[in-house]
Design a protein around this ligand. Structure first.
Ligand code: HEM
Ligand code: HEM
Length: 469
């Protein structure tokens, strides 16, 4: 047994708390942009318009929240699973400071309108270099610690972390290859259809290797830890892992159905996308079977329901995603609000639930205390669950309505049944419903942040009391 003091928890603490802070800010920005959709006067040009704030919302949640929590939980898991102290703790602390400076710089540059105009790759080239440096620092610590490990067995979470580090590095560098024409402007080296193809190869896998593989690493590690139940099948977890990483990288063209991208590329993308159901559900089934007959833990152990609901949304997401890629479905829902419904079931359901529970498990452990309030954690759970369901359901109904209204034509002369403005006016009730769902979700996140803050506060107070301060 390696003693507790042999581990290095400072970077875990720093990244976990930074992630909660940036997540909170970005969720509030999500709420604001959702209001701007039905109250256009909330757009304040030039800095606080929908177009700029939307990019801040997405980057804030993907980089500020998800990546910070990935750093935090990876540094926790890698030390536990290898029974080895983090190889370069000082490097991780430098990474923490650069990370927070980079997030501020990213937000400011996006508000100032500096963008490469590529989804999830908006940041201009100086910041791209910063992101790559941060990722290399992370990779050095993860690979270094794994190489020096005292535990020979490589648990499945480590495989998912390795895949995350490699895939994000390759995807980010290739898609951001650009020629700078000034400090704040660059042009992609790719053009036209090639640019679209590379962009969505990147775009889909950014979802895959930020919102999926590292979150699966957390799920596989923390579910057994929280419930005390060993994972159902290691073999299934390994088969699901290799088939997932193999198929993921071929699916990007499903974002480009009915575009000038060659038909056969679209079809290859769709075929691999359908295949994705198998590895995704390999992990879902493994999670459910891990519970065995112990479903009472959903009631008795407050963390279990976060993980089980989280993996359930992942399961639904990975059935909905492949369905969307089919041409017959894409022609109806693409360009509609169905997509934000899909996105937020994954991000608010799967990602936010799993990360929330992993944080509740980790923070008391590294601060050597108990969680401040299980009651508040349960309150947090219900607010994010109900908020997310209202958000996703309203967007799915709206998406289908939009698709149908845009396609409706008169049988006599083929003219459009509805003007575009009529289809926009019909969106308002659903957009308001989304804001209501978002408000509930935001309340849940505020309760979460308060609970974690109080847990840390309590730990610091008792340490001070023990030291007689
Ligand atoms: C097997 C797994 C999945 C598949 C096959 C899949 C498939 C798809 C497809 C086909 C689209 C594009 C639809 C269109 O534009 O018409 C899409 C969009 C999206 N999905 Fe998924 N999805 C999966 C899982 C997930 C998960 C787990 C998340 C997040 C946690 C997620 C987040 C997103 C996002 C953010 C977009 C919007 C991309 C954009 O247009 O900006 N997906 N997905
Ligand atoms: C209060 C909660 C939230 C609200 C109100 C909200 C609102 C929004 C809105 C209005 C959009 C723009 C949709 C559009 O383009 O039509 C959006 C996009 C997006 N949000 Fe959120 N959001 C919330 C939480 C989250 C969370 C927790 C995450 C990630 C962990 C997230 C990730 C994203 C992503 C990836 C997109 C881009 C989707 C796309 O390209 O289609 N959001 N959000």
């Amino acid at each position: 047994m390696t003693s507790e003091s042999a581990y290095e928890w400072r970077p875990v603490k720093g990244f976990a708390l930074s992630g909660i802070f940036w997540g909170g800010v970005s969720v509030v920005i999500g709420l604001i942009i959702s209001i701007q959709m039905w109250m256009p006067e909330w757009n304040i040009p030039p800095f606080f318009t929908y177009g700029r704030l939307r990019a801040v919302h997405i980057n804030g949640l993907a980089l500020g929240f998800a990546v910070a929590e990935i750093f935090a939980m990876s540094y926790y898991m890698v030390q536990r699973l290898t029974r080895t102290r983090l190889l370069f703790p000082k490097l991780a602390m430098v990474q923490l400071y650069i990370f927070n400076i980079a997030i501020v710089a990213a937000a400011v540059s996006l508000l100032a309108g500096m963008t490469q105009s590529k989804e999830y790759a908006e940041l201009e080239w100086p910041l791209d270099i910063g992101v790559v440096i941060l990722w290399v620092m992370f990779g050095i610590n993860i690979f270094g610690t794994i190489l020096k490990r005292k535990e020979e067995q490589m648990y499945i979470s480590l495989w998912y972390l390795i895949a995350t580090v490699i895939a994000v590095a390759v995807l980010y560098i290739v898609n951001n290859l650009a020629i700078p024409v000034g400090l704040f402007k660059s042009y992609s080296v790719f053009a036209g259809v090639n640019d679209a193809n590379v962009q969505w190869w990147y775009g889909h896998n950014a979802v895959g290797f930020i919102f999926t593989t590292p979150i699966l690493a957390m799920f596989y590690y923390f579910l057994p830890k929280a419930t005390g139940l060993p994972i159902y099948s290691h073999r299934l977890s390994i088969i699901a892992f290799w088939s997932l990483v193999f198929a993921y990288l071929w699916t990007g063209a499903h974002h480009l159905v009915y575009t000038p991208v060659p038909d056969w590329i679209q079809s290859v993308g769709i075929a691999f996308t359908m295949f994705m159901i198998a590895p995704s559900w390999g992990s879902v089934v493994n999670g459910y079977y891990t519970m065995g007959g112990n479903w009472d833990k959903l009631k008795t152990n407050y963390l279990t329901k976060f993980f089980i609901l989280g993996i359930t949304f992942y399961g639904l997401q990975t059935l909905q995603g492949p369905t969307q890629s089919l041409r017959v479905v894409s022609q109806l829902v693409h360009f509609t609000d169905w997509l934000p419904g899909h996105v937020h079931m994954g991000t608010m359901g799967w990602v936010a639930m799993t990360v929330g529970a992993a944080t509740y498990y980790t923070v008391p452990k590294i601060y050597n205390t108990e969680i401040h309030s299980v009651k508040l954690a349960n309150t947090h759970f219900w607010f994010v669950l109900v908020g997310q369901l209202i958000f996703s359901l309203s967007m799915w109904v709206l998406g289908v309505q939009q698709g149908i209204m845009w396609k409706a034509v008169s049988p006599e002369d083929g003219s459009l049944t509805y003007t575009f403005m009529e289809s926009v006016a019909a969106n308002y009730p659903y957009w308001k419903m989304r804001t209501f769902g978002g408000l509930l979700f935001t309340i849940g996140i505020v309760v979460f942040a308060y609970n974690v803050f109080m847990t840390v506060h309590r730990a610091k107070r008792s340490t001070a009391a023990a030291e007689g301060r």
